[in-house]
Design a protein around this ligand. Sequence first.
Ligand code: PRP
Length: 213
Amino acid sequence: MKYLTIALAKGRLAKQTLALLEQTGITCEEMKDKDTRKLIFVNEELGLKFFLSKTSDVPTYVEYGAADIGVVGSDTILEEGRKILEVLDLGLGKCRMCVAGPASARELLKKNEIIRVASKYPKIAKDYFYNKKHQTVEIVKLNGSVELAPIVGLSEVIVDIVETGSTLKENGLEVLEEICPLSARVVVNEASMKMQRERITKIVKDLKQALNE
Ligand code: PRP
């Protein structure tokens, strides 16, 4: 039997996904060892391999077929724009992609002024402002703690993930516009879906059922 390889995004989502997989009878004992430095884990019996990668790399591994299946947030899927099949919404890690900033920036968004937008997600920000709002903006790519940008004067607004809203609130910022809801998705390599359709659809079906239990 050919191995099926599953790529998981390092962190909380991987833990939640493994718990869900376990409900479907797919386990990987090796992966539970917290002290391990191993990158790839095998379940010989089920013919499965698992690996953990940086979140933003999951769609890349899946597009190239280095992983047949991946589990990753829809923010990363949108930002990476890879040619992959999105087959299931796991509903985990629900949050929203938003335009945020100080209340005073609300006017700037209405007036279609040229403003600076800081984001870890330049592609999503560009698509929203250029294609949906038809507003010309300057996008500044940052790598984290994006809420800092409007506070220190780097940008007027940010495009970022809002979950509880507490990071914004504690920094005197608020949601100005909502771009889209986000959650974790199961993605599949296009060729794998053709070659290993039965095995993959069985896993997806079992996951769907586990979600409803
Ligand atoms: C994310 C996001 C916000 C925060 C939102 O950051 O970029 O900063 O979580 O969550 P909240 O609405 O519940 O406060 P993350 O912790 O992933 O790190 P980052 O700042 O490096 O992006």
